[in-house]
Design a protein around this ligand. Structure first.
Ligand code: NAD
Length: 371
C-alpha cells in the first residue's frame, strides 16, 4: 500500500521550499523502496485568491487530507491578505481550523543546532562545542488558552480579567505517551516540565508523568520547574533530550528553543493527533517559520526546515525510520560541507553561499552517500 499524503504548499516561500522537499521525498522513496501517493491542494492566501476571498481552507483540501496519512504543509500568510476579516486570514482561517479538525493535540518542535552552525546560536559557543538537539513536546489543545471560564468583568468598580488553566488526567496521559514514544526513538531521556510548586494542574501533571513513566522503563525521566527549564535551555541545551510540557509553557519554551538554534530556516515541526494501533500518528508537518514575504519569489530561502519536516513525517506518520535517518544525515553532511543559504551565511572561511535549488541539489547528492 502506498503512503498517502496531501501537500499544501501555501504562500510566500512555501511553494519554493516545498519543491525541494518533494524531490527529497521522491529520492528516499526510491532508495528505501516505498511508494508515496501525493496530491497537492490550496491553502492560505493561495486558496483565498482562487476562491475570490471566500476561504483560506477549501472543503476539498480538508476532504483530501481526511483520506491521507499525513499533511505536508508549507506556510501561509503575507501582506496581501493581512487586511481581510480576521476569521478568513490565512493563519487563523486555515492553520488553526486544520489543527482543530484533525484533533492535533501534540506539537513537536526540535530545537537543534548542528556542530557547524554553533556560531549562529546566541548560546556561548564554548558551552555547546558539539551543538545540541532538543525536542519540545507541547500539549496543544488544552490548558489556559482554552479553559473556561475566561473573560473580563467589573468587580468593585474595577476591571478584572481571568483565564482558567484546566487539564484532565487523560489529556496529560495522551501527551506524555507521545513524549515517551519520541524519547524511545532518541536518547531515551525525558524531562517533564511543570510548576508543581505552585499550580494544581502541575501537581496532577507530575503525578500522571510518574505513573506513565512506569510503562517506559527504558526512558529516564526527570522533572524541572518551568523557570529552571528556561534557564537550562540557555545554559546547557546539550544536556537535554526531550522536553514535555503543557500548552502555555510549551509555547514559550519552544520559541526559546527556536531562538537558541540560530536559524528559523533549519527548524521543522509536527502536530500530531491520536496514535493509531500501529503506533504511528496522523500528523501535519511544517517549518517552524512562516512564509517569509521579505525573501519570497527570489529563490533564496533555506529549504532545510521543509526537508526536515519530510523527515519528521516519515518518522512519526509513515514509519519509514531509515529514510528519515538518511535525510537527517544528508542535511548534516550538506551543512558540514560549508554550503549555506543566505540566512546561514556568515562569510567565514569554508562557507559557500548558495540558493534554494542548489541547497536541494546538494542534499540530494549527499542522500546518495548517506547511511
Ligand atoms: P517568518 O518566519 O515568515 O520570517 C521571519 C524572518 O525569518 C524573515 O526575515 C524571514 O526571511 C526569515 N526566514 C523564515 N524562514 C526562512 C527560511 N526558510 N529561509 C530563510 N529565511 C527564513 O515570520 P514573519 O515575518 O513574522 O511572518 C511572515 C508571514 O508568515 C506572516 O503573514 C505570518 O502570519 C505568516 N506565518 C505563517 C506561519 C505558518 O504558516 N505556520 C508561521 C508564522 C508566520
Amino acid at each position: 500500500m502506498p503512503h498517502t499524503i496531501t501537500v499544501l504548499p501555501g504562500d510566500g516561500i512555501g511553494p519554493e521550499v516545498m519543491d525541494v522537499a518533494l524531490e527529497v521525498l521522491d529520492a528516499v522513496s526510491t532508495r528505501f523502496d516505498f511508494e508515496i501517493s501525493s496530491s497537492t491542494h490550496l491553502v492560505g492566501g493561495a486558496a483565498l485568491d482562487a476562491t475570490n476571498n471566500e476561504t483560506p481552507l477549501p472543503r476539498e483540501t480538508i476532504e483530501a487530507s481526511e483520506k491521507a496519512d499525513a499533511i505536508l504543509f508549507g506556510s501561509v500568510g503575507g501582506p496581501k491578505w493581512e487586511n481581510l476579516a480576521p476569521e478568513i486570514q490565512p493563519e487563523r482561517g486555515a492553520l488553526l481550523p486544520l489543527r482543530k479538525h484533525f484533533g492535533l493535540f501534540a506539537n513537536l518542535r526540535p530545537g537543534s543546532c548542528l556542530p557547524a552552525l554553533t556560531h549562529a546560536s546566541p548560546v556561548k559557543n564554548e558551552l555547546i562545542p558539539n551543538g545540541f538537539d532538543v525536542l519540545c513536546v507541547r500539549e496543544l489543545t488544552g490548558g489556559i488558552y482554552f479553559g473556561e471560564p475566561k473573560g473580563r468583568e467589573d468587580r468593585n468598580d474595577e476591571p478584572v480579567a481571568f483565564d482558567t488553566m484546566v487539564y484532565k488526567k487523560s489529556e496529560i496521559e495522551n501527551i506524555l505517551h507521545v513524549a515517551f514514544k519520541a524519547a524511545m526513538g532518541r536518547d531515551k531521556r525525558l524531562t517533564s516540565v511543570d510548576k508543581a510548586n505552585v499550580l494544581a494542574t502541575s501537581v496532577l501533571w507530575r503525578e500522571t508523568a510518574n505513573e506513565v513513566a512506569v510503562q517506559y522503563p527504558e526512558v529516564t525521566m526527570d522533572h524541572l520547574y518551568v523557570d529552571n527549564a528556561a534557564m537550562q535551555l540557555v545554559k546547557r541545551p546539550d544536556s537535554l533530550d526531550v522536553l514535555v510540557t503543557e500548552n502555555l509553557f510549551g509555547d514559550i519554551l519552544s520559541d526559546e528553543m527556536a531562538m537558541i538554534s540560530g536559524s528559523l530556516g533549519m527548524l521543522p515541526s509536527a502536530s500530531l493527533g491520536e496514535a493509531k494501533n500501529n503506533g504511528l500518528y496522523f500528523g501535519m508537518y511544517e517549518p517552524s517559520g512562516g512564509s517569509a514575504p521579505d525573501i519570497a519569489g527570489q529563490g533564496i530561502a533555506n529549504p532545510i526546515a521543509q526537508v526536515l519536516s519530510v523527515s519528521m513525517m516519515l518518522r512519526y506518520s509513515l514509519g519509514e525510520t531509515a529514510a528519515a535517518d538518511a535525510i537527517d544525515a544528508a542535511v548534516q553532511a550538506t551543512i558540514d560541507s560549508g554550503l549555506r543559504t543566505g540566512d546561514l551565511f556568515t562569510g567565514a572561511e569554508g562557507e559557500t553561499k548558495i540558493n534554494t535549488a542548489e541547497m536541494g541539489a546538494a542534499i540530494l547528492k549527499n542522500l546518495s552517500y548517506a547511511p
